[in-house]
Design a binder for this molecule. Sequence first.
Ligand code: ADP
Ligand code: MG
Length: 236
Amino acid sequence: MSQAEAIRLAGVTRHYRTPAGLVRAVDGIDLEIDAGATVAVVGPSGCGKSTLLSLLGGLDRPTSGQLWVGKQNLATLSDPARATYRRTHVGFIFQSYDLLPFLTAVENVAFQLSLQGELDGHDHCLELLDSLGLGDHADKLPDQLSGGQRQRVGIARALAHRPALILADEPTGELDSETSRSVMDLLLEAQRHLGATLVVVSHDVGVAQRLQRVLTLRDGRLVADSRSDPKGQPVA
Ligand code: ADP
Ligand code: MG
């Protein structure tokens, strides 16, 4: 388990060269995120939310700028060091349908741990599934589970190695409002339990309101940054 660390972006860009021209997916972002903070990233489709999340998680590298997580600068880290950062420090949660279809729920979770060389984590994975209310579903394949159950398996998988940074990209995008709420309950509980930093991309106002800080992107730029009090009311 790694410790949550402050994140700092200075002039971060991520540009793509395409046949149609240069796409400025992330276009000069300066930002600091405190260790252990909960942050929503909102904005219209195509504004750069997923690209920003990929940069924070070390899945992708900035075209220019500096991106510090604690003392590590992800912009200059070697590919193997970035892979280690990703594997040990980060838990990714995507939409609910990205489980490996040929592995059971518990095998999907254990697979994540095996990537870190932890081959005997089966009991830990079962406990984790149990704590997420999936104790009776551990041996089912993804297509035997509901959307909400699959998303909880995805959360268990993302948390199995106790990441210090939890990154969720539209984690409730395909879920009804009640299931969305319980998925957010689980993410926030895990964030508190692990002392992790949590960054959630969402279109859902209800999701954003439950996080301490809301970052709004437009055309790859940060256009608003608001903080809420613990009850979810805007401070200013
Ligand atoms: P969001 O998650 O807010 O919908 P994205 O970060 O996925 O936005 O994308 C931001 C912009 O970058 C969009 O215009 C998108 O088309 C473009 N983009 C994303 N990934 C690529 C890529 N691999 N190659 C070219 N353009 C990309
Ligand atoms: Mg996206």
